[in-house]
Design a protein around this ligand. Structure first.
Ligand SMILES: *Cc1c(COP(=O)(O)O)cnc(C)c1O
Length: 365
């Protein structure tokens, strides 16, 4: 990236640098690194911030989803209806639980699971619905909870891109059995390594998840079920505690930058993502362009880094070749057109203006 370029994202700590250094030193000086006081405190603080009774820290977001499905008793032979437009890890978590992913198409505006398509995909083997609040835009949880209720299905939310988002005014992760979060460094709330959490207000489910993340141990060295080794370590928990108080302001910053993009791109040769719920937290800002590859090359020539989320709908991943015949034409066309522009709490507004000027100049070439 040139000195005048706009990187997609920078991950060095900024205003949180001192608090992070202090958090790491605290853990190192204490000499306790797994399942200690930082994790316990972070779990209480994160649950409170999400409006749930419990949070359970785990190794990453994929495990958060997979462990919830396992804890709910989803097993081989079961089907989980999910979205074709997500990080493939959503589907990998379903497969880790031994279940078969079934793909329902997305809503063409919201880009999240279409509740009517989900309803049509429900069959005798369906055990759960797994919506994703993709890009930070909440799925239509009121309608999806209705479908889950009518068919007695478990509802698990993939909130990995939606920290602090609300759907119809209610925090994501609170509509069904549980919500799964990732704190991968690029997420709205990121650790300095891998980390994840489940939020739930179901006490027995929380207890089961605490066992499952720790090898299925009931007591030390007493394993009662086939758990996993997936714990959120003390250093990452302490770093997340340092950052959590800043997240509300960072989220407002993302919303403000999204508003600048929206204003400056009015009439430009791209379409901006619609805001279907005021609880959108803008993890990403994917515009749609018919000539996406040419636009990306033009922006790159202007020193602007962009990424594609995601180039391949999950049912078309080589991994699923032959295994999935689900047709998702809306997701197919979205994956061919989306281009994520730089948006992060640390992106200066002047960089956003550089990006929008470059996009407008693309229209004139
Ligand atoms: C990041 C992400 C995941 C996986 O989280 P990891 O912490 O990387 O395992 C799952 N689903 C979505 C939508 C994500 O963005």
């Amino acid at each position: 990236m040139t000195a005048h370029g706009v990187p997609f994202m920078t991950l060095e700590p900024g205003e949180d640098r001192v608090a992070i250094d202090e958090a790491i030193r605290r853990v190192v000086d204490r000499g306790r690194f797994v399942l200690g006081p930082e994790l316990e405190a972070f779990e209480a603080e994160f649950a409170a911030a999400c409006g749930t009774e419990h949070a359970i820290g785990v190794g990453n977001g994929t495990d958060a989803i997979g462990l919830v499905l396992q804890a709910l008793g989803i097993r081989p032979g079961d089907e989980v209806i999910t979205t074709p437009l997500s990080a493939a890890y959503t589907t990998l978590a379903v497969m880790m639980a031994g279940a078969r992913p079934v793909f329902a198409d997305i809503d063409p505006k919201r880009l999240t699971l279409n509740p009517d398509a989900v309803e049509a995909a429900v069959g005798p083997k369906t055990a759960a619905i797994l919506p994703v609040h993709i890009y930070g835009q909440p799925a239509d949880m009121v309608a999806l909870a209705g479908v889950a209720g009518r068919h007695h299905l478990a509802l698990v939310e993939d909130c990995c891109q939606a920290h602090f988002a609300t759907a119809a005014g209610r925090p994501v992760g609170t509509f069904g059995a549980a919500g799964a979060f990732s704190f991968y460094p690029t997420k709205n709330l990121g650790a300095l390594g891998d980390a994840g959490a489940v939020v739930t207000s179901n006490g027995p489910l929380a207890e089961k998840l605490k066992r499952l993340r720790n090898g299925g141990q009931l007591d030390r060295y007493v394993h009662v079920e086939a758990g996993r080794n997936s714990r959120l370590d003390e250093i990452q928990a302490a770093i997340l505690r340092a950052r959590l108080p800043l997240l509300a302001a960072w989220t407002e910053r993302r919303r403000a930058l999204a508003a600048v993009y929206r204003r400056e791109l009015a009439g430009a040769p791209v379409s901006v993502p619609p805001e279907c719920d005021r609880g959108h937290v803008y993890h990403l800002f994917p515009v749609r362009a018919r000539e996406r590859e040419r636009l990306q090359a033009h922006l790159s020539a202007c020193g602007i880094e962009t990424l594609i989320h995601y180039p391949i709908p999950i049912p078309r991943q080589p991994l699923l070749a032959g295994a999935s015949t689900d047709e998702c034409p809306v997701a197919d066309s979205v994956c061919a057109e989306v281009l994520s522009l730089p948006l992060h709490h640390k992106v200066p507004e002047r960089d956003v203006l550089k990006v929008t000027a470059a996009i407008r100049s693309f229209g004139r070439t």
